[in-house]
Ligand binder design. Structure first.
Ligand code: RFL
Length: 394
């Protein structure tokens, strides 16, 4: 089979790209390894930056998030020195987040793409991209019935995430800049209403804890976790008790407890592929760059890159103008490195000690730096404006 653009993966990047290409009259097909149900129920991100919402607005893709999402412009830091709030929506350039679960956005995008008559194949796994340095690349796949197949294209968009076929098919010269922040999180989804009307970041000698609203009934929590310890090692009771300690519930009020719907372990690692274009193969979203979740940038970059790539591919295929494709990598990498830099800064701020369990807590040079940085953030308007601008920016 064939299409002018074969898009691998139906996450936020692949779906936005597919919709914009289809709307521009470009022949494209999406290949997705998982089922429709799987992609639209996979809970992940939830914080959409103002620029992401503007992109979705511009293309008529934001009805659901305006209807069911909520707005968020405050975060609260809890430390040994007390707590303080930053109304980041009123600082910096005045941007707020929209909180809308990623799976709901994916469900909306998928419905929109299908309504347009877009082509998508579920249960179709891309195995490798071939001949990307030529003008007729092709993708080998495993079809829903298990048979091998081949999709030919003029361009292949690798939007298939961190473990996808696009990354595996890069030429030997492609650079992968990898960095391990040395920290692991246990990510939790709790069937419980949010416990505070702000994003909560707790910096504690026993490790970081985080609180992020998702919906009125579901809240995400994070616990800094000892690397190598299985997610199931602790009982629910022990997890909630630890969240209470680190979030300093005794001082600032109890957390709303509930059943834990999901647990996952995330090593805070990150990487950037450079360049993002290898002949006819172009990377976007997590396939292009992986970010630690500390600053909630991944889904936002995915949407931004998809819009840029859609414009570049449309110029190339509809008008024969390849300037956009030639500049695609540099343009996106500027955003990606900015997001990586801020994510690294946030990660160092939130983790006074990369491995408190092993060292038994206590002070350290790094913990003192984190405390000093928080003091600056609490008291300096300039620092707060810088934080706000970066926190909601992509
Ligand atoms: P996705 O969403 O991973 O989608 C890739 C799709 O490709 C499919 N696929 C394949 N299909 C065909 N053939 C293959 N060989 C394939 N291999 C994979 C997969 O099934 C999937 O459907 O990538 P995309 O589109 O680039 O989107 C990236 C975002 O999903 C990701 O950056 C965010 O979820 C990151 N992230 C957050 N980002 C934010 O902006 N704000 C947040 O608040 C936020 N919170 C998070 C997060 C990521 C998390 N995890 C799971 C690491 C919280 C968590 C816990």
């Amino acid at each position: 089979e064939s299409a002018d653009v074969v898009v691998l993966g139906a996450g936020p990047a692949g779906l936005v790209l597919g919709i914009l290409l289809h709307a521009a009259g470009i022949d494209c097909a999406l290949l997705e390894r998982a089922s429709r149900t799987h992609v639209q129920t996979r809970a992940r991100a939830g914080f959409l930056a103002p620029n992401t919402v503007r992109i979705l607005d511009r293309h008529g893709l934001s009805d659901g998030l305006h209807r069911d999402g909520t707005r968020h412009g405050t975060c609260e830091f809890r430390t040994q020195d007390g707590r303080f709030r930053l109304d980041y929506g009123a600082l910096g350039q005045g941007g707020q987040h929209h909180v809308y679960p990623q799976q709901n956005l994916v469900a909306d995008l998928l419905a929109h793409y299908l309504d347009l008559g877009g082509r998508i194949r579920f249960h179709t796994e891309a195995l490798a991209v071939h001949d990307a340095d030529g003008t007729r690349p092709y993708v080998t796949t495993r079809e829903p019935d298990g048979r091998p197949a081949r999709w030919t294209a003029r361009y292949v968009a690798g939007c298939d995430g961190r473990h996808g076929a696009a990354r595996r098919s890069l030429p030997p010269g492609a650079a992968r800049h990898h960095h391990d922040h040395g920290v692991t999180w246990l990510g939790l989804l709790a069937e419980a209403p949010p416990s505070l009307d702000a994003v909560g970041y707790a910096i504690h000698e026993r490790g970081f804890a985080g609180h992020m609203a998702r919906t009125p009934d579901v809240t995400r929590y994070y616990l800094q976790w000892q690397r190598g310890t299985p997610a199931e090692a602790w009982t629910e009771q022990r997890i909630w008790d630890e969240l209470d300690v680190r979030m300093r519930a005794a001082d600032h009020g109890p957390l709303h407890r509930g059943r834990l719907l999901e647990r996952g372990i995330f090593d805070l690692t990150c990487d950037v592929i450079e360049p993002l274009r290898h002949g006819s193969l172009l990377l976007a979203g997590d396939a292009a760059s992986l970010l630690a979740p500390a600053a909630a940038k991944g889904a936002n970059l995915a949407v931004l890159e998809a819009e840029i790539l859609a414009g570049a591919l449309t110029d190339a295929l509809a008008r024969g103008d390849t300037a956009g494709l030639d500049g695609y990598s540099d343009r996106c990498l500027a955003h990606i490195w900015r997001a990586q830099e801020f994510t690294g800064w946030m990660t160092r701020l939130l983790h006074a000690d990369p491995d408190p369990a092993r060292r038994g807590g206590g002070s350290s040079f790094r913990a003192a730096l984190s405390r000093s940085r928080l003091a600056s953030l609490r008291t300096s308007r300039t620092h707060q404006d810088w934080f706000a601008e970066n926190y909601v920016g992509v």
